[in-house]
Design a protein around this ligand. Structure first.
Ligand code: PGA
Length: 253
């Protein structure tokens, strides 16, 4: 039996300025001493990662990117490569976020390639999966999530998948204030763990599976209290130091 360390990762999305990020990180550093058992990270817009690194260096808070290219370098205008993120001290990179899948046409196959690119750069990928409202109402939530995970397992192998983190983010709960109930979330988390277990019991047991979608200081403790929910990927509530710290404290158990 392994104890999975809780992880709370902020996803700032396309928000913030140099000034607001400096203030937010000062606030996080001032309060993070209370969070002793949970691991905490923030995923910054690429252009704010250097400032994030300068601020967080030497603190217990890790940082990461929100996306990366499948390529290591070259003529890919506008893209950010995994080795660049690593060069700025990133520990994590979010991949396959539903906003990337929906607005940038990222396929399961591309996301699987990004998983490999992240690991090749020494980054820990946070692989996002989740169904839309239409898919949930059609009763195909498990099929969708299985397809998204199986694509990465088929491309990378289960052991490499075990080097990452999975975030279950029902699309209908992201930024909507409509959180999945703890029971709804736990059901899908257990399904994901079972799916991994079909390939490797030990990878399934050790995998950190985060919930994302309108997690906030009010609902975090109950969600993270579920057996298969190992933390959160936090959008809106990660932009205010007090809210994010409150979610981190809830994960601290
Ligand atoms: P939210 O975003 O917390 O604002 O719903 C979560 C996410 O998209 O990662």
């Amino acid at each position: 039996f392994t104890m999975r360390q809780p992880l709370v990762a902020g996803n700032w999305k396309m928000n913030g300025s140099r000034a607001s990020v400096a203030a937010l990180l000062d606030g996080l550093k001032a309060g993070i001493g209370q969070v002793t058992t949970a691991e905490v990270a923030v995923c910054a817009p690429a252009i704010l990662i250097a400032d994030t690194q300068a601020s967080l260096q030497g603190s217990s808070i890790k940082w990461g990117g929100q996306d990366l290219s499948v390529h290591e370098s070259g003529a890919y205008t506008g893209e950010i490569a995994g080795p660049m993120l690593a060069d700025f001290g990133c520990h994590y990179v979010i991949i396959g976020h539903s906003e990337r899948r929906a607005y940038h046409g990222e396929s399961d196959a591309l996301v699987a390639e990004k998983f490999v690119a992240a690991r090749n750069a020494g980054l820990v990928p946070i692989l996002c999966v989740g169904e839309t409202l239409e898919e949930r109402e059609s009763g195909i939530t498990e099929q969708v999530v299985a397809r998204q995970i199986d694509a990465v397992v088929a491309h990378c192998g289960i052991d490499k998948v075990g080097e990452g983190v999975i975030a279950y983010e029902p699309v209908w709960a992201i930024g909507t204030g409509k959180t999945a109930t703890p029971e709804q979330a736990q059901e899908v988390h257990a399904f994901i763990r079972g799916r991994l277990a079909a390939s490797s019991a030990s990878v399934a047991e050790d995998m950190q599976i985060l919930y994302g979608g309108s997690m906030n200081p009010k609902n975090a403790a109950e969600l993270i209290g579920q057996a298969d929910i190992d933390g959160g990927l936090i959008g809106g509530a990660s932009l205010k130091a007090d809210d994010f710290l409150a979610v981190c404290s809830a994960a601290n158990g």
